[in-house]
Design a protein around this ligand. Structure first.
Ligand code: NAD
Ligand code: ZN
Length: 375
């Protein structure tokens, strides 16, 4: 046990006091972990667009002050009552959706939507006592996605961390804690393209490029990247995209452009944008008879998906997924293991385009808002 186990830790965290305002590095108090919780020292954290959406809070429920961050790598500092499978010093990846291992979802081979710990973007407290473990001068600060990794120390439920090989390079594998695994899993676990099939990937951020990586690993023949940012289209070639479509270059709807390129539609599509228009296009661009479309992007609160039912009757399938259907505790350690043994050609270093010291975290937000950085 660390010397600070059971005591409050004072450390630095980047606090979002208001929607859309720069984060402020504050000295925060981090309470000890309670029953079934662990306290982590965060060594590396990345920024995902989901953090930015909820920080901007334009189409999302605002909850402030809050500590964002959910894609990270760290080391267990101390564990709360009832935690038996983790101990101080273990290397872990926190995950925004958990796995209790006991509910019907966790026991099902088909689902990762744990009843107890599934993603909840509106909750800002721990489930054990409905309270926050963070405070600034005694004022509580809300959690985000049960992870809040923009802090030197954070408290998470034991079901929301994957224990990984301590020899894995945390500065790289931290990106498997959300975006890359989500995109990779959306393709290989959900869209499941067969060798030689065609696939369209909408949105070429880290999540979309994770989906492209999955398509490359699965042996897809044509990987069509769709994005409105021309620099992303250029970048995507390095990840395995074979063709590109910028919807802005066409008068016709992008689904029609893709159908014409592919003799009736792609075999699979994966949407990684968060734009409901792109979600509809991603569904409507798959081939009738067998096409499968998978939605990954997080929509705005009031979005509605509208398509003609005939698109279903003509035997297209629409699916959606959180975290690429990976079960965080059961599956992610194996993904890390396979990456280390070179059995999965993930090329993680390519996703990490910028590194900034924690004190300059607002720069990472600027890069993402300008569409300059992946991770
Ligand atoms: P990102 O901002 O880096 O990438 C999104 C890309 O989509 C950008 O390149 C943007 O130009 C493009 N885009 C936006 N609207 C478009 C449109 N209409 N047509 C084509 N391209 C368009 O974001 P990211 O971090 O890669 O995340 C992508 C999405 O996935 C976000 O919505 C994020 O919230 C979501 N997400 C979902 C899960 C999940 O488990 N379902 C997990 C992580 C992230
Ligand atoms: Zn469960």
């Amino acid at each position: 046990m660390s010397t600070r186990a059971g005591q409050v830790i004072r450390c630095k965290a980047a606090v979002a006091w208001e929607a859309g305002k720069p984060l402020v590095i504050e000295e925060v108090e981090v309470a000890p972990p309670q029953k079934n919780e662990i306290r982590l020292k965060i060594l590396f954290t990345a920024l995902c667009h989901t953090d930015v959406y909820f920080w901007e809070a334009k189409g999302q429920t605002p909850l402030f002050p809050r500590i964002f961050g959910h894609e990270a790598g760290g080391v267990v500092e101390s564990v709360g009552e009832g935690v038996t499978d983790l101990q101080p010093g273990d290397h872990v990846l926190p995950v925004f959706t958990g796995e209790c291992k006991e509910c019907p979802h966790c026991k099902s081979e088909e689902s990762n939507m744990c009843d107890l710990l599934r993603i909840n973007t509106d909750r800002g407290v721990m489930i054990n006592d409905e309270k926050s473990r963070f405070s600034v001068n005694g004022k509580p600060v809300y959690h985000f996605l049960g992870t809040s990794t923009f802090s030197e120390y954070t408290v998470v439920h034991v079901g929301c961390v994957a224990k990984i090989n301590s020899a894995a390079p945390l500065e790289k594998v931290c990106v498997l804690s959300c975006g890359i695994s989500t995109g990779l899993g959306a393709t290989i676990n959900v869209a499941k393209p067969k060798k030689g099939q065609s696939i369209a990937v909408f949105g070429l951020g880290a999540v979309g490029l994770g989906a492209v990586t999955g398509a490359r690993i699965a042996g897809a023949s044509r990987i069509i990247g769709v994005d409105m940012n021309p620099s992303r289209l250029e970048e995507a070639r390095k990840f395995g995209c074979t063709e590109f479509v910028n919807p802005k270059d066409h008068k016709k709807p992008v689904q029609q452009v893709i159908a014409e390129m592919t003799n009736g539609g792609v075999d699979r599509s994966v949407e990684c944008t968060g734009s409901v228009q792109a979600m509809i296009s991603a569904f409507e661009c798959v081939h009738d008879g067998w096409g499968v479309a998978v939605l990954v992007g997080v929509p705005n609160k009031d979005d509605e998906f509208k398509t003609h039912p005939i698109n279903f009757l003509t035997e297209r399938t629409l699916k959606g997924t959180f975290f690429g259907n990976f079960k965080p505790r059961s599956d992610i350690p194996n993904v890390v293991e396979k990456y280390m043994k070179n059995e999965l050609d993930l090329q993680l270093e390519k996703f990490i385009t910028h590194s900034v010291p924690f004190s300059e975290i607002n720069k990472a937000f600027d890069y993402m808002l300008k569409g300059e950085g992946l991770r």
